[in-house]
Ligand binder design. Structure first.
Ligand code: AMP
Ligand code: GLY
Length: 425
């Protein structure tokens, strides 16, 4: 089979490597792909949001299946356009991708169907939002309605911060039109868990849980990033909590989307907080997480291709989805200065990897036979081991063999997870 994967980051590299474990996969095309993905796929360049380019690539390469990985093409309706031309896809249609594309939509959905989440108010009027933050409990959380590269959430400790957040989103358009509507919600506390799931709109199969590390610096300090590292499974996510989530969150969400005439097919990502009142939804994403995918897919023992085809055909209930009992850790190597200003164009030296190790390239270009840094998050060093301490050790050993000027990584990926494991004993 010939497969087209839309996207060009570490997540897409992990998806492509996993797809290729199935012998039926002959060629993978990546749009745009990147200099590192080029070792595993034919990279087409261009932009992941270019729907006409995706259609043209699918046609000219006569692909059998398309995986649309990033949120923005999904929210724009790339799957609808490809399906209309007869290309089967993995990924939700536009009317279901709205679950990530609009926080106002997802909050209203949860309220209507009794799915646990932070209480909230939605505003399209600046003055009303400003008067609300004069009396709401503090801290409070101000969120831009639309996609904002994962940065549209401001946690405000004081009224002044809340006023500034509302003004900068609604008036200053800090996140462009994404901030024309804001959601202001209750501040929740507790460990965060990411649960990615496969769903064909009827059946939902959660993948192994994971833990992201969103802040740039050790000890969860510094600015929010796209994610500086991940571990799986997440030790806070016990079998008891997983059963609660299935009953109160996962199944009700799938049923709610179906009842709304927006059946969700693809990977639905549940961003959860395990609060003292039980698990609550912090956010939904209409796609695989990055860098969660880089620790979740290495633990998948079944064929990813088979599962993706089943999701697209609506036969997930009859398909095996089996995960290993091992653990995985992925350490992101970023360019010094990320998530703000950083330099790029430095040569990357990669070691040989052995079984149970992978290097997923996120931000790199190939030039004259050399791989050069080309982004904030450059790559992820991933290792699988029998237990979490082993996986953390191995992924740092691998990360320390990788070199480029101005590289930095957090040194404490998985430390909180290890503490949770200790506390369980
Ligand atoms: P989001 O983009 O919605 O995932 O939010 C980014 C991060 O902000 C989350 O991973 C949480 O750490 C934090 N966050 C979002 N909503 C809340 C909330 N209601 N209470 C506490 N923290 C939150
Ligand atoms: N790692 C968080 C996300 O993919 O949204």
């Amino acid at each position: 089979m010939k497969i087209l994967v839309i996207g060009g980051g570490g997540r897409e590299h992990a998806i492509i490597k996993k797809l290729k474990e199935d012998k039926r996969v002959e060629t993978v095309y990546a749009l745009p792909g990147n200099g590192g993905i080029a070792a595993d796929a034919v990279c087409l360049g261009g932009s992941a949001t270019d729907i006409p380019a995706a259609l043209a690539a699918a046609k000219s390469n006569a692909v059998d299946f398309v995986v649309v990985a990033p949120d923005d093409p999904l929210v724009l309706g790339m799957v609808d356009a490809l399906e209309a031309e007869g290309f089967p896809c993995f990924g939700p249609r536009k009317n279901a991708a709205i679950i990530e594309g609009s926080k106002a939509f997802s909050k209203d959905l949860m309220k209507k169907y009794g799915i646990p989440t932070a209480s909230y108010e939605t505003f399209t009027d600046l003055d009303k939002a400003l008067s609300y933050v004069e009396t709401c409990p503090l801290p409070t959380v101000v969120k831009a309605d639309g996609l904002a590269l994962g940065k549209g959430v401001l946690i405000c400790e004081t009224r002044e911060q809340a006023r500034d957040a509302v003004r900068s989103m609604m008036e200053g358009r800090l996140f462009g039109d994404s901030g024309a509507t804001v959601v202001i919600e209750e501040f929740l506390t507790g460990p965060e868990v990411s649960v990615l799931s496969f769903t064909d709109g009827e059946t939902v199969v959660p993948m192994v849980s994971s833990m992201d590390h969103k802040r740039a610096l050790d000890g969860d300090r510094g600015l929010n990033t796209g994610g500086m590292g991940t571990v799986a499974p997440n030790p806070y996510y016990t079998s008891d909590i997983s059963a609660q989530c299935m009953e109160k969150i996962f199944l009700p969400t799938i049923q709610a989307m179906k009842a709304e005439g927006r059946p969700f097919k693809g990977c639905l990502y549940f961003g959860l907080m395990l609060t003292p009142d039980g698990p609550k939804v912090i956010e939904y994403n209409c796609r695989f997480g990055d860098p969660e995918t880089q620790v979740v897919l290495p633990l998948l023992e079944s064929s990813l291709l088979e599962i993706m085809l089943a999701v697209s055909k609506g036969t997930l209930a009859q398909t095996e989805v089996r995960f290993s009992k091992k653990s995985a850790c992925c350490v992101i190597l970023a360019s010094e200065g990320y998530p703000q200003k950083y330099k790029k164009g430095f040569p990357i030296t990669l070691p040989e990897t052995v079984a149970n190790e992978q290097i997923y390239i996120a931000g790199a270009v190939e030039k004259d036979g050399h791989l050069l840094t080309n982004g904030g998050r450059v790559l992820g060093a991933m290792a699988v081991a029998d237990d979490l301490p082993g996986a953390i050790d191995k992924s740092y050993t691998l990360a320390d063999k990788i070199h480029f000027d101005n590289a930095f990584c957090r040194r404490d990926i998985g430390r909180r997870a290890l503490k949770a494991l200790e506390e369980k004993k």
